[in-house]
Design a protein around this ligand. Structure first.
Ligand SMILES: [Zn+2]
Length: 82
């Protein structure tokens, strides 16, 4: 699916994402997005929390802006007890 639209930025650089785009990405109110500049393109991706150590996205425990999964916590606990 390709969705392409032209929007104007306001005085603060804000752009409203059309409902069609938000719906396609599953972006609800307050959802986090990542913006990446590649050359002259800005890539907007739905931010999915992931483990800082292994990258998995399930069974996460968050501390501030970081997250670690249960498996990595278990592995770290076993390492610490050696
Ligand atoms: Zn992990």
């Amino acid at each position: 699916m390709k969705i392409s639209t032209v929007r104007r930025t306001d005085g603060l650089g804000r752009v409203v994402l059309p409902e069609e785009l938000r719906s396609a990405l599953g972006l609800g109110e307050g959802a986090s997005v990542r913006l990446t500049l590649e050359g002259r393109r800005v890539i907007l991706e739905k931010e999915t929390p992931q483990c800082a150590l292994c990258g998995c996205t399930e069974n996460l425990y968050t501390q501030g802006e970081s997250a670690v999964c249960a498996q990595c916590i278990q592995a770290l606990a076993e390492m610490a007890s050696l």
